[in-house]
Design a protein around this ligand. Structure first.
Ligand code: SAM
Length: 308
């Protein structure tokens, strides 16, 4: 069964009385080269992380185009799909694979630490790795990414080899931006506290059915060592690492909540301005600096100084 052939996808959807649902961000891949490249990239990142058994969690299998490619590389694939109507279709379209499990559910409602332990505990116990891969629905791109990042202890390396995700091109540019770039924002800085972002490939709108209004890109989100990498001085702080990370997230949200203001004016709604100016000075930063110039490390350092 060719799960990337537009006619075949339409025939399958018709057979199960389905049509692509906008509310679930359903844009199915119809060029077989794209899921193949996503699966290859995902697996290459998994192999950078280790050579033991490897598993992948897919968000939103749709009709199974990417799922079937992932099953060619990974020992085990678990795919979570919110659309109940697609579950019987997936049983048919993926019937040839015995290493795929489809779970009906909303990834945003999922308790990720216990789900991962339940589905992949055996792989992890054998010294293996778990990756995440998805052609993410546009309506919840950043919330899904941040959920995967924020569901685990902020001071440890995230328990994934990598997350390889297709998202809107514009969001990919934002996530891969550096401090000072025009695309750098709250989500960039928050994600950078936990992981590095690698741009992998751009994908034009014509590769999907139905055709979306925007272009897409595939990125790899590769966990780093967490706070130990971003702000190793946390070990000398009187604050707990959790308090530093929480403070950094708070400052990031304040700084980007009012982008045009200086950091002192934007964060001034939550902290006395003299304290903010003094903290910037102690961190060796200009008192009129704007939030978009502050690096993830600066936010941690400021949270450390302000939290004491
Ligand atoms: N993976 C397929 C492909 O590449 O052709 C489909 C990708 S489509 C852009 C997004 C998929 O995510 C759809 O199947 C949609 O039903 C599913 N989805 C949307 N919201 C979801 C959620 N909250 N939890 C799990 N799946 C979701």
């Amino acid at each position: 069964m060719d799960l990337c052939n537009r006619t075949e996808v339409k025939r399958l959807l018709d057979k199960y009385n389905l049509a692509p649902k906008k509310a679930f961000g359903q844009n199915f891949l119809i060029n077989p080269a794209i899921p193949q490249m996503i699966a290859e990239n995902s697996y290459a990142l998994a192999r950078e992380a280790g050579d033991g058994p490897c598993a992948v969690l897919e968000v939103g299998p749709g009709v199974g185009a990417l799922t079937s490619r992932l099953a060619e590389y990974y020992d085990k694939v678990v795919a979570v799909e919110i659309d109940r109507g697609l579950i019987p279709l997936l049983s048919e379209s993926l019937a040839d694979y015995d290493n795929i499990e489809i779970v009906e559910g909303d990834i945003m409602e999922c308790d990720l630490p216990s789900f991962i332990e339940k589905k992949f505990g055996d792989i992890l116990k054998d010294g293996g790795t778990v990756s995440v891969c998805a052609n993410l629905p546009y309506y919840i791109t950043s919330p899904v990414i941040m959920k995967f990042v924020e569901s685990f202890p902020p001071t440890e390396r995230l328990p994934f080899a990598a997350m390889t995700v297709m998202i809107q091109l514009e969001v990919a540019q934002r996530l891969a931006a550096e401090a000072g770039d025009s695309d750098y924002g709250a989500v960039t800085a928050s994600l950078a506290l936990h992981a590095d972002v690698r741009r992998l490939l751009n994908v034009s709108a014509g590769n999907f059915h139905p055709v979306p209004k925007v272009a897409s890109a595939v990125i790899g989100i590769i966990p780093h060592g967490g706070l130990a990498d971003v702000y190793p001085e946390y070990k000398e702080s009187s604050l707990s690492p959790e308090a530093i990370i929480a403070g950094a997230h708070k400052l990031i949200n304040l700084a980007f909540g009012q982008r045009r203001k200086t950091f002192v004016n934007a964060a001034g709604v939550a902290y006395p301005k003299e304290k903010l100016t003094e903290a910037l000075e102690r961190a060796g930063l200009r008192s009129d600096i704007r939030g978009e110039k502050l690096t993830p490390r600066d936010f941690c350092r400021l949270a450390d100084i302000l939290g004491r």
